[in-house]
Design a protein around this ligand. Structure first.
Ligand SMILES: NC(=O)c1ccc[n+]([C@@H]2O[C@H](COP(=O)([O-])OP(=O)(O)OC[C@H]3O[C@@H](n4cnc5c(N)ncnc54)[C@H](OP(=O)(O)O)[C@@H]3O)[C@@H](O)[C@H]2O)c1
Length: 267
């Protein structure tokens, strides 16, 4: 396994479609984002591809994450779908390709083997999983032996992921935090607003910097509006202190917002 080298702050694109998606990707790249996260399930790969192309950036200058959909029945179907993903994105490779969900009944070893082969064939530089709780991540790493480099999971100031993060760090893997703003809820969270006011910052910036200050953690907030994209990027400049971290540590840490019917039992 090679440690992931990805920009710590990327752009999420779930629930962004059509012209809005294309414009958001283009705007984010113009502002300096160099990691874009998409997935087959989002139905926006063509528009993400349009935004990437419109940016005029050299393909080697940005990091592109895709995800194979857990609804696909077989590894062969997943391989074909990955090839279609590349065509829609108008690229010959992803930088990171994830298995989107460990759905019950899915041939997880078969899909991970397919991803490993796809990596060897140059369709993606690195592979990983998403929404794998610790026991399934251990299975993927220790039993299946898949050369995965990350787990993309829900992580924010209202949800603890300490055991998973400890394991990921011990294995030189990255935690990519999805819904880092708790689907936008943290943008007006009163406790974060109090911290933000002391720094002339915003609650969203506090929430993001808390994540980005942690070793082996990256985050992919979604923001369609350029003003929010800029604000989120500027979170990197914020300096949180011990009082801030203590106040955030005191928040409840058991609030999970992404829990679809096909989700695994969480550890
Ligand atoms: N692997 C998975 O299963 C999985 C699951 C969920 C999400 N994800 C990934 O994670 C990404 C992020 O998750 P998410 O989009 O669900 O939630 P999120 O990033 O936690 O929150 C997005 C919401 O916050 C708003 N927002 C962003 N920046 C803001 C700011 N500075 N101030 C105020 N509001 C702000 C956005 O508004 P506007 O868009 O209107 O600007 C949007 O409504 C997704 O897009 C997707 O790429 C992955």
């Amino acid at each position: 396994m090679a440690a992931l080298t990805l920009p710590q702050l990327g752009l999420g694109t779930y629930r962004m479609n059509g012209a809005v998606c294309r414009a958001a990707v283009e705007s984010a790249l113009a502002l300096g984002y160099r990691h874009i996260d998409t997935g087959q399930m989002y139905g926006n790969e063509a528009e993400v591809g349009d935004g990437l192309a419109a940016s005029g950036l050299d393909r080697n200058t940005y990091f592109l994450t895709g995800k194979v959909c857990h609804a696909l029945a077989t590894p062969a179907e997943a391989r074909t779908a990955l090839e279609e993903t590349l065509r829609r994105l108008r690229t010959d490779r992803l930088d990171l390709c994830l298995l989107h969900w460990p759905r019950a009944g899915l041939n997880i070893p078969g899909i991970l083997e397919m991803l490993t082969r796809a990596r060897q064939d140059g369709l993606t530089r690195q592979i990983g999983v998403a929404n794998f709780p610790l026991r399934l991540l251990r299975m993927a790493v220790e039993e299946i032996g898949a050369p995965i480099d990350c787990d993309q999971v829900e992580y924010h100031v209202l949800l603890d992921q300490t055991p998973l993060l400890t394991y990921l760090r011990a294995h030189a893997m990255t935690l990519i935090a999805h819904v880092p703003l708790a689907q936008g809820r943290l943008a007006d969270h009163p406790d974060l607003a109090r911290i933000a006011a002391r720094h002339g910052a915003t609650p969203a910036q506090v929430a993001l910097k808390w994540l980005l200050d942690q070793d082996s953690v990256a985050a992919i907030p979604k923001a369609a509006r350029a003003v929010s994209q800029r604000e989120n990027l500027q979170s990197l400049d914020l300096v949180l202190d011990d009082d801030d971290r203590a106040a955030i540590a005191a928040l409840p840490k058991n609030q999970r917002f992404v829990n679809p019917p096909f989700a695994p039992v969480w550890d």
